[in-house]
Write a protein that binds this ligand. Sequence first.
Ligand SMILES: *Cc1c(COP(=O)(O)O)cnc(C)c1O
Length: 427
Amino acid sequence: MKLYNIKENEEQVSFGQAVRQGLGRNQGLFFPSELPKFDDIDSLLAEDFVSRSTKILSALIGDELAEEKVNSMVDAAFQFPAPIKKVKDGVYALELFHGPTLAFKDFGGRFMAQSLAAVSNGGKITILTATSGDTGAAVAHAFYGMEDINVVILYPKGKISPLQEKLFCTLGKNIHTVAIDGDFDACQALVKQAFDDAELREEIGLNSANSINISRLMAQICYYFEAASQMSKAERENLVISVPSGNFGNLTAGLLAKALGLPIKRFIAATNANDTVPRYLETGKWDPKPTVATTSNAMDVSQPNNWPRIEELCRVKEWGLETLGKGAVTDAQSAESVKALYDQGYLCEPHGAIAYRVLEEQLQEGETGLFLCTAHPAKFKEVVDEILESDIELPAPLAKHAVMELLSEDLDNDFDALKVVLRRVQK
Ligand SMILES: *Cc1c(COP(=O)(O)O)cnc(C)c1O
């Protein structure tokens, strides 16, 4: 597999390099030079999740890793299902939260851990990642206990749900969690600064596990196929998929699935009040505003990292950006949709409800709608209970962590202070 840096096209890397490096020069994202295309989608969809995903990922990775190797990686990473649930006629929820940390980020995080182990050349590795909640949990659990890999996770202090914090800040061992005095964009900026520091990067074997790492996106392609495989052929021919978006990795993966041949009629980019992309699609002006806190906090991102990849893919495939649906949803509206879904017998948290709301507004006659449910409702228990006046039950993984002690340290939004931490955890 060859990939190029979107910002500096002459920088070309292999899959292994892209996984190890994360970002290219000048903070450029890597993008595949060639995308395979599956012609016989029906027989691909007839396979089971692991075999099909192996074929997809193996076709992407090419001869750098043997298919059997990819198969064992997929098998280790995807040990939980991605079922679709019918919410009403012609509308389905894709539940991506049946992994160990109850959010879709388990798919990417776990496949990335497998990929990194497969392509590492033996040196020291420090994973540095910024999270608005779910990435951190998925990465922490995916790498927990792995030898020679230190994980440092930055998150905005007080801006993620207490339960979410418990899920990944209680592990210890090789997992170090840091609460930054700032918002998610500040955390992301610190990570970028660290990557720009060539000396530090070399010294500690810096690697990122953000959705900027190509292996995570590749893993996420697979569940779009898995969703389609659970529908009848007639239903999937007119499929419209609504993706609750923050950093836009999930939507990038969906568009890549389409590029590989999955027949998806159109996508909808659904955001909360952090609506940089919907406004951009409307006006053509990229005009990020300061990030605002919402009840769908995993999407509180105003400068989405993966957007350049979507632009690049649309350019390469000659898909007009205007074909993307879009919509921004307020907290009050997402609460309404959580209620509406509940009344129809489906328990959903605000991220999924945002995708549902925009889908409902835009789905047309004869189309099948699919909205992505990115987190288990209990992961956002405080918000969901307040909206529904309920007391939803915690699933086992959350209940276990809820009573454990927080191990995070607090840190100013300051790069020098972060460097001290990064060097300390090496010892
Ligand atoms: C990360 C996350 C999102 C946003 O996904 P992106 O790939 O960053 O757009 C949506 N919902 C939940 C629950 C998340 O954790």
